[in-house]
Design a protein around this ligand. Sequence first.
Ligand SMILES: *Cc1c(COP(=O)(O)O)cnc(C)c1O
Ligand code: SF4
Length: 340
Amino acid sequence: MITRTDSPRQIPDWQNQLANAIRSVEELLRFVSLTSRDTSDLLRDCDDFPVRVPYAYARRIQSGQADDPLLLQVLPLMQESLSVPGYSLDPVADTDQMPVPGLLHKYHGRVLLTLTGACAIHCRYCFRRHYPYAEANPCGPSWQASLDYISEHNDIEEVILSGGDPLTLSDQRLTSISQELSAIPHLKRLRLHTRLPVVIPDRINAQLTSWLRDCRLQTIVVLHVNHANELDETTRIAFERLRGATDALLNQSVLLKGVNDQVETLACLSQRLFEQGVLPYYLHCLDPVAGGAHFDLPYQRIDDLWKQLQALLPGYLLPRLVREIAGKPSKLPYNTINQA
Ligand SMILES: *Cc1c(COP(=O)(O)O)cnc(C)c1O
Ligand code: SF4
């Protein structure tokens, strides 16, 4: 908790916003003027993945709208506690492809580091909500082993900083991590998978952009936006700063029942992203994570949606609709789902 005695000059504003996020169902419902909503279908006891919503994001939830698409991403429903066959703790078998704790090497030429378990927001459908971050932290004692692994594999050209959310780390930490990575001669690109520029747009401050600009490696930032209502003037400013500092600004979304499972919603998302200088990259079919089944859609519905979207948008606004199948050498086109 940040107290009044802390000097505001020492704590960047975004860290205050992170520390002062909404942390309970009651506070969330009060903030969005839904105190009279029936709460019998809400989950109270979710200490392993509690409610977390920064005010900067909560302000984009429409007041008094129980089915608001942003609210649905963060409100814990009782359905999360149901055990549904086929929905598991490690849906994409992350922990099978971890040669060093916290370093995932699934695909050719790139490795992913789960740098931290911390996130600015807790998305109820998150496929890493049960990920063993404490044991799988590459920044602890295994950091040197991670650097060694990357150094020894000449074919690795790209490192993806992920989590959790890598932008919950301080700019000093990020700078020192990227300096060590930059010293590995065969590395060419550094990619960030982050939702922070959307959730707390003030995270994109001068220190962060100068870090990205000064990095020896080419940088790619992949955002995570699921609905056009997440985009406003604050994100426009943050993305503009990012665009001035990175080589590519992309977005990945998750297809979510009740949130963005209408063709108009998906088309509008692509258009609004492009207006803010972001290209759609992936639209992920939900990974079958325990607690997320109520966000999933039947294959036929996904197929219909996709065909309509394809007929509506120019190719460059169409994200690749993909699905991750454990053990496959890449994310796969959605229409391989049936055969999986
Ligand atoms: C999704 C993912 C990547 C990135 O895949 P791209 O197709 O390059 O975006 C890399 N490593 C792991 C472990 C992943 O899950
Ligand atoms: S920001 Fe990403 S990693 Fe964090 S809870 Fe949301 S989906 Fe999961």
